[in-house]
Design a protein around this ligand. Structure first.
Ligand SMILES: Nc1ncnc2c1ncn2[C@@H]1O[C@H](COP(=O)(O)OP(=O)(O)OP(=O)(O)O)[C@@H](O)[C@H]1O
Ligand SMILES: [Mg+2]
Length: 401
């Protein structure tokens, strides 16, 4: 079958399942490549639905919606990982290209599948077990130490589905809802890292520098690139690990390998097979952004250069804060954007176009520079101003950057 292209442009059509901010920023990259992303969105107000020209409203669990999305598209890809495997197989059986394919994607969908695959490959990961009863969790905790981390194999995101468990009383309720769970040793970690890699069907791979990810309440809210003070050997080992895993699972597109750094090296936490929060910094901070690279990879274009554009890059997410609360009387969002630009002319804003609610991931800012402490403080202050309408005293007046 000839590769479908948009007859108006002669260029490919990438269809993305999901209309969130990842799809929105992928669309932004698609525009530069002469394309326009087609998105499957659950509603007309989702981030990507507000900006893409070809928006299909529907659910990722509805096979008919997926088949309609794929019709005439060059390739189908994802802004989240929760599409049922049997639907992906049905799309492939109908002759559509799906990237990453179902056999790869299952490693990001199901934490038990990933744990088994990493064990078979001899890759480093936390001590883990598949458990089907409270007694098995107790035996694991008694053997490896409490507390333990219990996870639902599927469906978790932003820390939902992850439970730090001090004793068996905490898990009894979970087995009512799930037949099997994953239990892991609580890793004594130094910090969390992310190794971002892209792989094309041709087998070309590209990696970005390994970054540090900082989580607040289980949500990644700050990314430091490159990971400060990470020794060269560990950084290279993490990149090589990411490439090995990418090859082994056969991913096509961008994949984030979430890592725990311990005193003895890195352990794999989980995989994400799509552009990832830990790669937002690449929009300004790398020659090729993760969004452009994802498109290049799923279309089997040669991959772009991944060098950094500054010695230090920091991304800070904006989570809905005081300014998103009911009855907020401070500066409006539009005013805050205005002030942000006045205070920090060098900081780049990415606002996702979502309704403001406390705790919701509404956007991110990126700061570049040479001094980690300064760049980090600048990004954090800008993000905090957008969230809470408060100017950090250290940044009360515009300064030279
Ligand atoms: N075995 C572990 N030991 C210590 N901390 C852990 C462990 N597993 C998970 N965590 C903590 O919980 C966070 C969320 O876990 P995980 O990434 O598995 O969940 P998720 O909800 O699927 O992911 P995401 O937040 O990336 O969508 C991790 O980033 C880490 O901070
Ligand atoms: Mg995670």
């Amino acid at each position: 079958m000839a590769t479908p292209v948009d007859p108006r442009t002669g260029l490919p059509v990438v269809a993305m399942v999901g209309g969130g901010q990842l799809a929105r920023m992928t669309h932004q990259a698609a525009v530069a490549l002469g394309q326009s992303l087609r998105v499957l969105s659950t509603g007309p107000d989702e981030s990507a639905a507000l900006v893409a020209a070809d928006v299909r409203l529907g659910d990722h669990r509805d096979l008919d919606a997926l088949l309609a999305l794929a019709e005439g598209a060059t390739v189908v890809t994802f802004d989240h990982e929760h599409v049922p495997t049997e639907h992906l197989c049905a799309l492939e059986a109908a002759g559509h290209r799906v990237a990453p394919g179902p056999d790869a994607l299952v490693h990001a969908q199901d934490k038990l599948v990933l744990r088994r695959a990493l064990a078979a490959a001899g890759e480093p990961q936390p001590v883990w077990a598949e458990v089907a009863s409270v007694a098995e969790v107790a035996a694991f905790g008694d053997r490896h130490g409490w507390p333990v981390v219990v996870k639902t194999p599927r469906g978790g995101y932003d820390g939902r589905g992850v439970f730090v468990v001090d004793g068996v009383d905490d898990v009894a309720g979970l087995f009512g809802r799930y037949d099997v769970l994953l239990v892991e040793q609580r890793v004594p970690m130094v910090r969390e890292l992310s190794a971002l890699v892209a792989r094309s069907p041709f087998g070309q791979v590209a990696v970005w520098p390994v970054v540090e990810t900082v989580q607040r309440d289980g949500i990644n809210t700050e990314v430091l690139a490159p990971a400060p003070g990470l020794d060269k050997d560990t950084a290279t080992a993490a990149q090589e690990l990411a490439v090995r895993v990418a090859d082994r699972v056969g991913v096509v597109g961008v994949m984030a390998v979430e890592l725990f750094e311990t005193a003895d090296g890195v352990l794999v936490n989980e995989l994400a097979m799509r552009p990832h929060n830990s790669g937002h910094w690449t929009i300004e901070g790398s020659r090729t952004s993760q969004f452009e690279q994802h498109l290049r990879a799923v279309l089997d274009y040669p991959l772009g250069a991944t060098g950094m554009t500054a010695p230090v890059v920091v991304m800070a997410n904006v989570l809905g804060g005081r300014a998103a609360e009911e009855g907020w009387t401070g500066p409006s969002l539009d005013e805050r954007v205005h002030h942000l630009m006045a205070h920090w002319p060098d900081v780049k804003l990415h606002w996702y176009g979502k309704g403001q609610r406390p705790g919701r991931k509404l956007g991110h800012v990126t700061a570049l520079g040479a001094d980690l402490d300064e760049v980090r403080a600048r990004a954090a202050a800008a993000a905090r101003y957008l969230a809470d309408g408060e100017v950090d005293p250290a940044f009360a007046f515009p300064t030279e950057h």
